[in-house]
Design a protein around this ligand. Sequence first.
Ligand code: ADP
Ligand code: GLC
Length: 486
Amino acid sequence: MKILFASSEATPLIKTGGLADVAGSLPVALNHLDHDCRLILPGYPDVLKKANDLQHLAHVEIEQEPTPVNLLQGSCGPHNVPLYVVDAPHWFDRPGNPYLSPEGLNWPDNAERFTLFCRVVAAFVMNRMGLDWQPDVIHANDWQTGLIAPLLSGEEKRPATLFTIHNLAYQGLFDQATFMRLGLPDHLWSYTALEFHNQLSFIKGGIALSDRVNTVSPTYAEEIKTAEFGYGLEGLLIHRENHFSGVLNGIDYHEWDPQHDKHIAAAFSAESFRKKQQNKLALQREYGLPEDAHIQLFGYIGRLVDQKGVDLILQVLPGIMDSGSQLVMLGSGDKDLEHSLEKISNRYHSRVGVFIGYDEGLSHRIEAGCDCFLMPSRFEPCGLNQMFSLRYGTVPIVRRTGGLADTVVDVDPTSLANGTATGFVFDNTDGSSLWGAVEHAINFYRRSSTDWEILARTGMQQDFSWEASAQHYLELYQTAIDEPGL
Ligand code: ADP
Ligand code: GLC
């Protein structure tokens, strides 16, 4: 099968969150299964700099587009996933990240930027550039690619379309004047297409007009069909129920492998679990905390945004401190949260280490060195860090939501008895519910290092590689081809 995978980010070229991990690893898994999956990305400076062997492929004529656009061809990452890059310097050659200026503000022309991206992808797959490769399926991801299916919806002989929701909280909403300015076909301004409460919604376009729609875990697929998580799109998702499903993400087992991880102090596996301690000591040293293998070490990595429940961690911090444990954190985002974290690391400098920023290597060392990983998300479409944690024998403490609920088995008498327990799960979005799980983890850790090791090693033996999920995606592509959903 020939698949074009359209994304606004992909590791190792450009990343702001988990979408990049998925775009960097699902195509590799599909190609290993002998399919032909190729990536298409916007030409940000990092993409142009880091892609392998980029060459000019075609000049692209796009309606409404006054500035030159070129399509480049090369490959992405160590597995050389075939890559196309939309080189439009006027829109993409900027500092900052794909969506924000260096000052942290949304680029004011994001609607124009990602409309251009979608228009180029649509022209590509309708063979308007005279290329010798055409996909059977176009797999679009998140709001930045939400206009691809609408732009193709009137076309005969279009490829099948799949739209994946990685996070319904980011929708690409703009006013009607923007819709007019973009020069999109008039008929798309309709409640059955892009119009959402008198606004232009990119994500609605992907959901309403793709042959198949999925999100990144079975539980989140159920949650977003309710008013609590659906942001007003729950009705549409219910309407599309027969063509909408949840497919759990995998993780990159080569990049995240405690036996061969170039970022960590000591390689280890479930069989040599004790060697994990050396990573703990190294991490304590790196954060300037007292080095002591017996102190229980908690970790957090992630974007500092409301979704992740970092405020709940702040609420349980006094309890963690009273227990004598340590905490290391890595993240960036919301300035108020960044300040709060810096404040607590000053206040508890011998027990709490905070690094504000983005650091790939440190994220590996945290996963390798901690005993427990905190992930108290308010909602979590899938979440990758709890899976990295399981693979590194770092016991996750998670809220029962989205992909967290689908990947962590709570420690209770039954799961302990049948050997399936992998972490601590709590229900409510409040400090006392999180504290219940943290206190349980603290007591469990103290009671018996043997039981703790069994718990951590059970996590390490779970399989969250891409193989099974890639197979699910292939089935989705095939049904989208055989039975178009529109
Ligand atoms: P989301 O996509 O909502 O941010 P995920 O758990 O799916 O959440 O993915 C987040 C990804 O970004 C993970 O690979 C995580 O390790 C990484 N990450 C987040 N913040 C940082 C950071 N400050 N430094 C390094 N990696 C980070
Ligand atoms: C989103 C979600 C996260 C998910 C990731 C990759 O950013 O917030 O839960 O793991 O996409 O699908």
